[in-house]
Design a protein around this ligand. Sequence first.
Ligand SMILES: Cc1ncc(COP(=O)(O)O)c(C=O)c1O
Length: 418
Amino acid sequence: MSIHSMAASHAAGKGSEPDSVFAVVSRVREAQKQPDADQIVDGSIGAIFDEKGQFSILPVVNELYRQLTPDDLMNYATITGSPEFLQAAIDYTFQGFQPAGTIAKAVGTPGGTGAIRSMIYNYLNNGETVLIPDWYWAPYKTIAEENQRRAETYTMFDEDLKFSTTDLKAKVKALLQKQDNVLVLFNTPGHNPTGYSMSLEDWSDLIPFFKACALETGKHIVIGLDMAYVDYCGDPIEARRFLGMFKDLPENLFVAIAFSMSKSFLVYGMRSGALIGFSTSAEIMNDFSNIHSFSGRGTWSNGSRGAQQLLAKIVRDPALTARANKERQALAQLVIDRANIFVREAAEAGLRILPYFGGFFITIPAKDPKALAKKLEEEKVFLVPMAKGIRLAVCAVPKSKMPGLAGRIKKAMDAIEG
Ligand SMILES: Cc1ncc(COP(=O)(O)O)c(C=O)c1O
């Protein structure tokens, strides 16, 4: 046979590299069949597992979902999402920090992933580039490439591992020279894979910068906020405070937020989220609803009705909201407790890690991440190798397995790097 693929030229070779996370997950599954499976430290997957290694849920979500009527569960959602769901997504996202004088709208999507797809597709032309940090969630690049766009990275931390906007600003300026549209994607707070949360100071530096760029060039600039981990970064209200800073924006500077139910309600598999935008212009917001609804119709049609009904029910009922918050907060504290053990021991062991403030992951920079991950796997420690480091999913590793882990990683690193 001389034909090896029936794909059109733009699709040729796609998907030949295995997903780095799921490759580790499948090796963990193999290791779990061995007699010493209790020795495994599984820091690969981005879902919360409790201290007994059980998949964690919010019990209130489980109860409510099972009480939904067949119609609520199985009928179609509308293309945009039900009005109750859209309002709930907006209220839940801002929690009091919607910038004054703005109109907010939402369009339902399958998870935050769908919202990010809608941003990348609709705010960039074919062949244009989305700007992301050099430590990034791999699907950003996949989504860009799948939609015939590109992803370019900026250096997120300086040599002292402090967040830096120097390269980010330079790359924005350079893109403004080349493109009509600039989309910059931020995953904050609780960035995956590092756990970095941008501070109010970071935003007081960046918002005026973006405003000036918009006013000077007249080009379309979109700040994309991926807030998947916002509820796992200390006080969830404080974690949203930065949203109130996006006020008095020029017309050509827009903020789009990817809201995800996956982590906030621990319903990863239900595939529910929304793209949320806000502006002082009713016209811009009508256009926002139109373009993203059309885009949804042309890709996944609509979201998951059951998950949408669930969010609407919880957010409009203060008692249910309080229960969900309490249950989530207990799990968020568990993740933070695990992270605290690791961060403290890393400092003691002299293991350099990227600044962690919350979220599901901690990252350890490494010269040869693949070799380090392989060496650790020999000791049954499963972490995800990335381009410049390895990622530890603190959401998945019980506290009992945290002590000594930083030291083991440091030892393995010293053996490799000398
Ligand atoms: C950085 C980041 N953004 C967005 C998501 C969105 O997930 P979902 O599509 O399940 O809402 C995830 C999930 O792992 C993530 O890690």
